[in-house]
Design a protein around this ligand. Structure first.
Ligand SMILES: Nc1ncnc2c1ncn2[C@@H]1O[C@H](COP(=O)(O)OP(=O)(O)OP(=O)(O)O)[C@@H](O)[C@H]1O
Length: 732
């Protein structure tokens, strides 16, 4: 295999770092190929003896391999980070280019150790910051240096960010939040030495004294000093924006008015909110100072001003969260709002994480404090594989803003050094995770699978370019992680309309444990290596075995024949056996490829399942929303209907009342009574009555005559009685 030279199409320089094993005499599956002329670049992995799948031996090539004894400084010097920093700073009179440094590996392989260091050693992040501040010191502007720095930086930012000077940010996180209201009588605020609270004022003699960096000591300036700094800030704003002086109490209002004048100035004054409780402040003196980078220098454009702006975010469950926003807005319930990676109004040609909180740091101490603050917000959890395992992909961005120095200052341009600590891939069985941590692992593995596909594509493209085949498109838009990592590595389709910026330069450090999980490590190595060669373990040649088994001069019957020349049949046999051996090798390779394909299929199925679950979740959410909305509408309709009915009833009642009222007021009732009858009238009335009765009796008698004798008797009796009665009636 050729020594790896980075192809022009390659996205990354890929370095491999091996971590020392805590287990003595553990069986290694990974060996480094030593090279006398240059640093090692190749490794070989052999399946452990316990592996029954008869896997082939694989050989991988990297830009460089760092063995277990490699120190942090060796990595810093040997991985091309220094040119990366120089690229971000930009050559004289030129704009810088973006740089990316990321780590990849199985959980517990040493990614965080490499990037962020440990309790005793600094990581590549801290070393980069040190070099940046040390070498750029004379050219790095502090917001307090001139009044115009802060507003112009805010105006030049294209990412809808909220920019803050480090002193204000740290005060909002660790201070007691009363600095703007209380006077000099308050006790000291926890601002470490070296972090200048008077960001906006020319340093007073007292500040000049306290701002001398002393790593061994940690003392804090008082609140009165801090409130002085705010006054100075207000005065600086007065001068800059011609706003009349206002008391500190109206500071927030004034900040908002200034925000209107500069498009991207402080978007709100939430950083002035009173924190609910004090937080533990990281002690700078407790942070590691080793290794030192005093002897390392980077080229700095001495004709330019630089401003260092730091932001931190994490990709957790495929969503982006600001690690510095929640620090400052702590209160009863910390709320995390997912941010978008998008093109903004002022950045139409490239995507940015919009709405981040960005901190302007004037010194290394400030930058370290901001870094430590953001890290406390990062998601970590203890798993079976690592006691402090990263559960999210952490992004640390150092934006280097640059402008030409002169009587008339040039506009600010911006390039970023992004340092990424990726979460490690893990197997649920090894990590012994469950519940939310297992779900996180699913998301982590999924995003790493997409990253693997992108890297695999870059490696395929590299071989295509050698054979003049067309290049594949790297599928980096599949998840947030790959989008964040790669979208600035390719020129945007509409970038020609705007100024051209060189594509990002990237370094990947792959961390591996040579005695760790063979399957997981080999999988990562397969897609991250610059080149790979499968060498099936050499099957001892059957021919040679046979020939070796037949001693020279000894015939088949065991006796020496005296002739050793092989016959034609023997030659044919040898040829056939060679063919068989070759076919076996091919079969082994095919089996290996098949296993890989099957693994890929399993991964794809897993991601498909995840996607399906997500679809089901979304459907459920939509259903619930629709139901809720329908119920709300139903309740509204019922209320409206009831109200209409009540109004109708009220109207009817009112109408009726009005009618009754009118009736009772406007109608006089006349009662008609008959006049008393005279005597003659009464007699004639009685006579007519008598007549009527007689006619009736006659009618009844006629009816009786038509009936049976027995009935006649009864009728006669009745008539007799009636006769009596009639007699009685006839009597006057
Ligand atoms: N090169 C090294 N030298 C000394 N210790 C190391 C080295 N690499 C890793 N370690 C130790 O191994 C442990 C796990 O390392 P680390 O947390 O960096 O793993 P990781 O890859 O970031 O894991 P995860 O993906 O789960 O976050 C830590 O205790 C770390 O100090």
């Amino acid at each position: 295999m050729e020594p790896p030279s980075k192809p022009s199409t390659s996205l990354f320089d890929v370095y491999l770092r091996l971590r020392p094993s805590p287990v003595v005499d553990a069986q290694r599956f990974l060996e480094v190929e030593a090279s006398e002329s240059h640093a090692p670049t190749h490794i070989t992995i052999r399946p452990p003896a316990s592996d029954h799948r008869k896997r082939a031996v694989e050989k991988f090539a990297f830009t460089r391999v760092f063995q277990e004894d490699a120190a942090q400084l060796e990595l810093f010097r040997g991985t091309g980070i220094i040119p990366l920093i120089e690229g971000v700073l930009g050559a004289e009179g030129r704009e810088g280019r973006d740089g990316l440094l990321a780590t990849l590996g199985v959980t517990g392989s040493g990614k965080s150790h490499t990037i962020l260091g440990s309790k005793s050693q600094r990581g590549l992040t801290q070393l980069s910051l040190d070099v940046l501040f040390k070498c750029g010191d004379a050219n790095i502007v502090h917001p307090s240096a001139t009044n115009s720095v802060f507003p112009t930086l805010c105006a030049a930012d294209v990412s809808e960010a909220q920019l803050l000077p480090a002193s204000l940010f740290l005060e909002s996180v660790y201070g007691d939040g009363t600095s703007s209201e209380r006077g000099a009588s308050r006790a000291t605020t926890p601002m470490p030495v070296g972090v200048q609270p008077s960001s906006f004022s020319s340093p007073t003699p007292h500040f000049a004294a306290t701002s001398v960096h002393s790593p061994s000591k940690c003392s804090y300036p008082s609140l009165s000093q801090f409130s002085m700094s705010q006054n100075s800030f207000i005065n600086s704003l007065d001068k800059e924006f011609n706003i009349s002086a206002k008391p500190i109490a109206s500071f927030a209002r004034m900040t908002r008015s200034v925000a209107k004048k500069t498009s991207n100035f402080v978007k709100d004054s939430s950083f002035l909110s009173v924190p609910a409780s004090k937080r533990y402040i990281p002690r700078l003196s407790a942070l590691p100072q080793y290794p030192s980078v005093d002897d390392i220098a980077v080229k700095v454009d001495r004709t330019a001003d630089y401003a260092i702006v730091i932001s931190m975010y994490e990709v957790y469950n495929d969503r982006i969260f600001d690690l510095l926003a929640s620090s400052a807005s702590k209160g009863a319930i910390p709320r995390r709002r997912a941010l978008l990676f998008k093109s903004t109004e002022h950045s139409p040609d490239r995507k940015v994480v919009a709405g981040l909180k960005k901190i302007i740091c004037g010194s290394l101490d400030e930058a370290n404090m901001v870094l430590e603050t953001g890290l406390t917000e990062r998601r970590v959890a203890g798993t079976g594989s690592n006691a402090v395992s990263s559960r999210s992909h952490g992004f640390f961005c150092v934006e280097v803003k640059k402008r030409r120095r002169g009587v008339v200052m040039g506009p600010w341009t911006s390039s970023a050094l992004t340092i990424v600590d990726l979460a490690g891939s893990e197997r649920a069985r090894t990590a012994k995770t469950a519940g939310a941590t297992l779900a996180e692992a699913g998301k982590i593995n999924e995003s790493l699978m997409y990253l693997g596909q992108c890297m695999q594509m870059q490696s395929d493209n590299a071989s295509h370019s050698e054979s003049n085949k067309p290049q594949n498109i790297v599928p980096f838009r599949q998840c947030k992680l790959t989008e964040l990592l790669f979208s600035n590595s390719f020129p945007s389709s509409n970038s020609h309309q705007y100024h051209h910026k060189a594509p990002q330069k990237s370094i990947m450090v792959v961390a591996a444990d040579p005695v760790g999980d063979f399957n997981a490590t080999s999988q990562i190595l397969r897609y991250s290596a610059l080149a790979r060669e499968v060498t099936v373990p050499r099957i001892p040649s059957v021919t040679s075995t046979i020939l070796a088994g037949v001693p020279a001069g000894k015939g088949q019957n065991g006796y020496f024949s005296g002739r050793i020349t092989p016959s034609a049949a023997q030659e044919e046999l040898e040829h056939a056996l060679t063919e068989i051996a070759k076919l076996r090798e091919e079969l082994d390779i095919s089996q290996l490829q098949l296993r890989e394909e099957m693994q890929r299929r399993r991964d794809t199925e897993a991601s498909w399942k995840v996607a399906e679950e997500r679809v089901a979740e979304v459907e459920q959410e939509v259903r619930e929303e629709v139901w809720q909305e329908m119920e709300e509408r139903l309740v509204q309709e019922q209320a409206r209907w009831r109200q209409a009915r009540n109004e109708e009833l009220d109207r009817n009642d009112e109408h009726l009342d009005r009618k009754l009222d009118i009736l009772s007021r406007g109608v006089d009732v006349e009662v008609y009574e008959d006049p008393e009858p005279t005597n003659d009238e009464r007699v004639s009335e009685l006579e007519s009555e008598n007549e009527r009765l007689r006619a009736r009796v006659q009618l009844l008698e006629r009816e009786q005559g038509l009936r049976s004798p027995s009935k006649k008797m009864r009728v006669l009796k009745a008539r007799k009685w009636e006769g009596m009665e009639g007699g009685l009636n006839d009597s006057p």
